[in-house]
Ligand binder design. Structure first.
Ligand code: FAD
Length: 488
């Protein structure tokens, strides 16, 4: 049999593309190496405690957002419920805490109250960021980044498309607290303010500020499970525990795949949801690629990775002033929080995130208990590839977290951890990259790998292509792949 489409990998990008194409009536096959769908967007259970593998908050679940659009097309918008987070998060600095409100006007006025002398600059900054967000969200990426005729219509976009977020901030906000708060989620873009794209960072801040951050009600796993079920309900197939080893290339077009156990599946079109390097170098083979394309991929950098400690604890958290999502910073210098990630992840410069799932989904832990993750940015090659240091680093991170949860170490019932190597092992993402390619100015928009590839009938979906990292973006990439395939 020849499938209409084969999707390699059941991450959120692959599942979205697969579910929409199956709904369109195309005979679709998804092949996934893990035993469950979702990639990074999965959940697991340890001794009565549920954990989401990595996710904190997702965007795009509001009316009109990319996730909402996909679910509506699939008729799943009532099945998957989202909890809107307000405040979105709390930033904890020494002697100062700030709640990032989910209402953008309140967020702006809170920043202005912190630094009245910056008030005008903050207003101007937000109107620029809103314009950048508007352009990214409303125009097709391949048009807006490449078509110079757009310049006249959106001069601000073209002014900032090759600038970093620090360069944008330097023009409009001088107060160290305001700057630190605006850079608080650099960790979720994977780069410090001096490297992260002004457009990427602005889009993230405005998306969350205007449209909200969300968690799946119940458990993240419900979302990929619903997409997988939708594929099967629409006559599609999903095979788990099966790794794709090769993409069959015939006459410079993708014609099928070969799995690790030697099975051959043929298709008219193929979409890869896995690491782009693995897709092209391992599955397609360099012999089928032009030198300039090989060079381009070799010069792109994977995004940052993380060290995560999963904790099930038997203590209440009332009275500690804790929010479901907390960033803890040793100073207002967010740039410095990136400086030691390959040398000492718990150094005096390190920041860390605390994600308390049970403050939004109490059923994820037994009564009176909580499930949480501590996470900090971390290099893949850290201390000779994490040899023998995982438990020690976990203990150090737990000690750091006692700044905000006193006595934490005396209440641990369940403890597990994941290094960048663990993330790579489970999902195949190179070096445990959290967001696909890095999200600096030379890795976004037209500089990122596009959905169409130099191999005919081979497409990319997920965070190694446009728009970029994060669940909303990869769902968007799934929608874009579906459109390309349907258009032929
Ligand atoms: C620590 C951390 C925190 C994050 N926090 C957030 C957050 O709060 N909000 C947010 O929106 N995003 C967050 N992200 C990013 C987000 O999780 C990812 O960008 C997104 O989930 C990636 O989806 P994807 O479609 O690219 O596929 P992936 O999740 O990368 O999945 C790829 C799938 O392909 C499978 N696969 C790989 N190789 C093969 C093969 N050869 N054959 C078959 N199958 C294969 C894998 O098993 C996997 O299931 C975070 C990421 C990390 C690591």
């Amino acid at each position: 049999m020849i499938y209409d489409v084969i999707i390699i990998g059941a991450g959120m990008g692959g599942l979205t593309a697969g579910a929409l194409l199956a709904k369109d009536g195309l005979k679709t096959l998804v092949i996934e190496k893990h035993s469950i769908p979702g990639g990074y967007a999965t959940s697991f259970k340890r001794k009565g405690f549920w954990f989401d593998s990595v996710l904190d908050a997702i965007s795009g679940c509001n009316n009109g957002g990319w996730i909402w659009q996909a679910l509506k097309r699939l008729g799943l918008e009532k099945e998957i419920e989202f909890i809107r987070l307000d405040p979105i998060r709390t930033d904890v600095f020494p002697d100062f805490r700030f709640d990032v409100k989910a209402d953008i006007d309140l967020f702006i006025s809170d920043l202005q109250s912190l630094s009245p002398k910056d008030a005008k600059g903050i207003s101007e900054l937000f109107s620029i960021m809103k314009e950048l967000h508007h352009v990214v969200m409303t125009l097709p990426a391949d048009v807006v980044w490449r078509d110079t005729r757009i310049e006249a219509k959106y001069p601000l976009f073209h002014k900032y498309k090759n600038k970093t977020f620090k360069e944008l901030l330097d023009e409009y906000a001088q107060d160290e607290k305001v700057r630190a708060i605006l850079c608080d989620r650099c960790a979720f873009m994977g780069l410090p303010p001096s490297k992260v794209s002004a457009i990427g960072m602005s889009t993230m801040i405005i998306t969350y500020g205007m449209n909200g951050g969300y968690r799946v009600k119940g458990l993240t796993q419900k979302f990929p499970d619903a997409l997988a079920e939708s594929i099967r309900n629409n006559n599609g197939d999903i095979i788990y525990n099966t790794k794709v080893d090769k993409i069959i290339i015939e006459d410079n077009r993708a014609a099928g795949v070969v799995t690790e156990d030697g099975r051959v599946f043929r298709a008219k079109k193929i979409a890869s949801n896995i690491s782009a390097r693995k897709t092209f170098f391992d599955l397609v083979g360099k012999e089928n690629l032009k030198h300039d394309f090989i060079d381009k991929i070799e010069n792109l950098l994977p995004s940052v990775s993380f060290f995560l400690v999963y904790l099930g604890i038997d203590m209440g958290l009332k009275g500690l002033g804790l929010n479901h999502s907390i960033g803890t910073y040793p100073s207002f210098d967010i740039e410095a929080t990136f400086s030691d990630i390959n040398r000492d992840i718990c150094s005096p410069n390190a920041s860390f995130e605390t994600i308390i799932y049970t403050l939004t989904n109490p059923d994820m832990a037994p009564k009176g208990c909580h499930s949480l993750i501590l996470m900090t940015k971390a290099g893949y090659d850290y201390k000779e590839n994490w040899k023998g240091c995982k438990n020690k680093e976990a203990e150090r991170l737990i000690k750091m977290a006692e700044q905000i949860i006193p006595n934490l170490s005396n209440h641990i019932i369940v403890q597990d951890s994941a290094t960048p190597l663990t993330l790579e092992r489970y999902t195949g993402n190179d070096k445990g990259a959290a967001f696909g390619w890095a999200q600096g100015i030379d890795h976004v928009g037209a500089n990122r790998l596009q959905i169409e590839t130099p191999i005919k009938d081979l497409y990319l979906t997920g965070h190694w292509t446009i728009p970029g990292g994060g669940v909303e973006s990869v769902v968007a990439s799934g929608i874009l792949v579906e459109r390309k395939i349907i258009k032929g």
